[in-house]
Design a binder for this molecule. Structure first.
Ligand SMILES: NC(=O)c1ccc[n+]([C@@H]2O[C@H](COP(=O)([O-])OP(=O)(O)OC[C@H]3O[C@@H](n4cnc5c(N)ncnc54)[C@H](OP(=O)(O)O)[C@@H]3O)[C@@H](O)[C@H]2O)c1
Length: 223
């Protein structure tokens, strides 16, 4: 894809995205709050101090990129806090707001900050979750995470419309149920499979399918 920016790149799915991109010959700018030995080992360009919910950090990332043009921006950073109906106390409210700041506002703030850096035919991915799908919600719970990912989905839908004139295509993506720290190591697939699927979906993305919501395995998802 060329020059690719990945947020939340120090571990989990983001680390594997950076790894696969560099292995296939793309140039990676790996944004993260703090680097990791695994990320450093990739030999990619690491930009630390990038909390995606921080407007000033988003500006710093933009300044770091300078005049270079980004071919793919992957908004991957995210957080999950568990909550339970009947136990949503003041602490849980703070966790819900934090998820909204990171999972929903994060992709919006980072994409907005990097608008001047996006190539005319750039692709933007938002690693959301099918937990943010209203249609797919058959099990309830996870109020903060589900709400934040539903809002992230809406960010993707609006970005697709707003960036269409520039030829920038946007995809909302579910990586699968992936074995990472977020899931406590549980899951159906490893980060390798998830990242490969996410990159395949971005490779297929163009103006004809911009604004869609897909599982990493290629299945279209309902909003
Ligand atoms: N794993 C799954 O089954 C699954 C399913 C659906 C969707 N997802 C989504 O996939 C994405 C990656 O998740 P993962 O499974 O790889 O989780 P993970 O292993 O917990 O990694 C999360 C990543 O996000 C970063 N991050 C968290 N808050 C951040 C912030 N404020 N600013 C910048 N980076 C931040 C973390 O960095 P730190 O080390 O600094 O915390 C870490 O790099 C998330 O958006 C998640 O919601 C995952």
């Amino acid at each position: 894809m060329g020059l690719c920016v990945v947020t939340g790149s120090n571990r989990g799915i983001g680390l594997e995205l950076a790894s696969q991109l560099v292995r296939r010959g793309d140039t990676v700018i790996a944004a993260c709050r703090h680097s990791s030995p695994q990320l450093e080992a990739l030999g990619v360009e690491v930009v630390d101090g990038i909390d995606v919910s921080d407007v000033a950090a988003a500006s710093r990332l933009r300044e770091h990129i300078g005049e270079r043009k980004i071919d793919a921006l992957i908004n991957n950073a995210g957080v999950l806090h568990r909550d339970q109906l009947g136990k949503i106390d003041a602490g849980a409210v703070e966790d819900i707001l934090l998820q909204f700041r990171i999972n929903s506002l994060g992709p919006l703030l980072i994409t907005q900050a990097l608008l001047p850096c996006l190539a005319d035919d750039a692709r933007v991915g938002i690693v959301s979750s099918r937990m943010g799908s209203v249609a797919d919600n058959t099990s309830g719970g996870y109020y903060g995470y589900r709400m934040s990912k539903a809002a992230a989905n809406m960010v993707g839908a609006s970005l697709a419309r707003d960036l269409a004139d520039r030829g920038v295509a946007v995809a909302v993506l579910h990586p699968g149920y992936v074995r990472t720290e977020m899931t406590g190591g549980g899951g159906d697939v490893d980060t390798n499979t998830a990242a490969a699927g996410l990159l395949a979906r971005l490779d297929e993305l163009d103006m004809s399918n911009s604004g869609g919501f897909w599982h990493a395995n290629g299945e279209p998802l309902s909003w």
